[in-house]
Ligand binder design. Structure first.
Ligand SMILES: NC(=O)CC[C@H](N)C(=O)O
Length: 349
């Protein structure tokens, strides 16, 4: 069926629409692969994703690469959505998967032109629609709090107990700790008051959707947690740590979403490629208790911080990868080493 992608700035694109009308914030993802992880990453809640690579769906959808239990996006924009997939692990096509969950997508639209428009006018409200109406200008996208999926859940038997504060966590973050011999207790951020009761050795603040400032009411509790436990913040978690300690965040014009964002680790003097998915960044006017350790090579934005005296580390990129390069996985090892050192210090204090 023919249909339209309508942007808030008045631009429209005609293509083949599958599914019902939908509305969200339009953003673009530049990785050549990883569509299954992107579609199911909770950080993309309330967004319509333009995939810049022109062939999506070639290797189908499998049982292992989900980042959560369902697609999280409001819609997808492809040039070609391949229905005849080929991969030994593939169970069904992207079309079947999105159809099952009533997530619409449009294909055979000029994705290069759409991306140029977003780069020019910034991420904005968009609609997938059977009709070519204009988007209501007055109604801007309502900011929503992250939706979490599970209640408090304990997994793994390891010797280090990590509390994963869930703002919409990616399964790969959980797995990064389980495979490093950790016990993990997932705690939805709405229940963060319960955290102390579990007596964790460390706390991880997860990734998640939306503007970190929407979570303002949780900041004092987050600061108290980071003051008390070795803490790692990933993406939204990193932004929340900055805000909790008096720093600030701002919105980038069109964000960083892809699998080849170069970052420099100033401590190691090393540049590596990272997987990224964010609109907001910590501004360099962060609180002076923190130092900036990681910097984006393309635009010099802050990619990660460390606390000068406390065991707190935070990264804007995704060390768990999925999709994308795993070159920064050492962040997990370094963090767990930090947790063990803190434990040793407590024993000998
Ligand atoms: N992946 C994330 O955690 C994204 C963080 C935040 N929602 C942003 O867009 O900047």
């Amino acid at each position: 069926m023919s249909g339209y992608l309508l942007l808030e700035d008045g631009t429209s694109y005609k293509g083949n629409l599958n599914g019902e009308d939908s509305e969200g914030e339009i953003v673009f993802y530049t990785g050549m692969t990883g569509y299954q992880e992107v579609l199911t990453d909770p950080s993309y809640q309330n967004q319509i994703i333009v995939f810049t690579y022109p062939l999506i769906g070639n290797y189908g959808i499998n049982a292992v690469d989900f980042e959560s239990e369902r697609p999280q996006v409001k819609g997808a924009v492809f040039y070609e959505c391949c229905e005849h997939f080929s991969h030994y692990e593939a169970a069904y096509s992207v079309k079947e998967y999105l159809g099952k969950w009533n997530i619409p997508y449009i294909s055979h639209v000029d994705t290069r032109s759409i991306v140029k428009q977003i780069r020019k006018n910034g991420t904005m409200k968009a609609q997938l629609s059977a009709d070519c109406n204009e988007i209501e200008q007055s109604k801007s996208i309502t900011k929503k709090l992250p939706e979490t999926q599970k209640g408090i859940t304990a997994l793994g038997e390891g010797s280090i107990h990590v509390a994963l504060l869930d703002f919409g966590f990616k399964k790969s973050i959980l797995q990064s700790f389980l495979k490093r011999n950790c016990k993990v207790t997932i705690i939805p951020y709405t229940e963060l008051g319960q955290l102390a009761h579990f007596q964790p050795d460390a706390v991880v603040l997860s990734n998640g959707p939306g503007d970190p400032k929407e979570l303002e009411t949780y900041l004092p509790a987050i600061k108290k947690i980071a003051d008390s436990y070795p803490t790692l913040g990933i993406c939204l978690g990193h932004q929340l740590i900055a805000l909790a300690y008096g720093g600030d965040t701002m919105k980038l014009p069109f964000g960083h979403r892809g699998a080849n964002h170069p970052v420099v680790d100033q401590k190691k003097g090393k540049v590596f490629m990272t997987s990224q998915n964010h609109s907001y960044v910590v501004t360099s006017a962060h609180h002076k208790e923190f130092g900036v350790r990681f910097i984006n090579v393309n635009d010099q934005s802050v990619e990660g911080m460390f606390h000068q005296t406390l065991p707190i580390l935070s990264v804007q990129f995704h060390p768990e990868a999925h999709p994308g390069p795993a070159e920064s996985e050492y962040i997990f090892d370094e963090f767990l080493e930090m947790v063990l050192n803190t434990r040793r210090e407590m024993v000998y204090a």
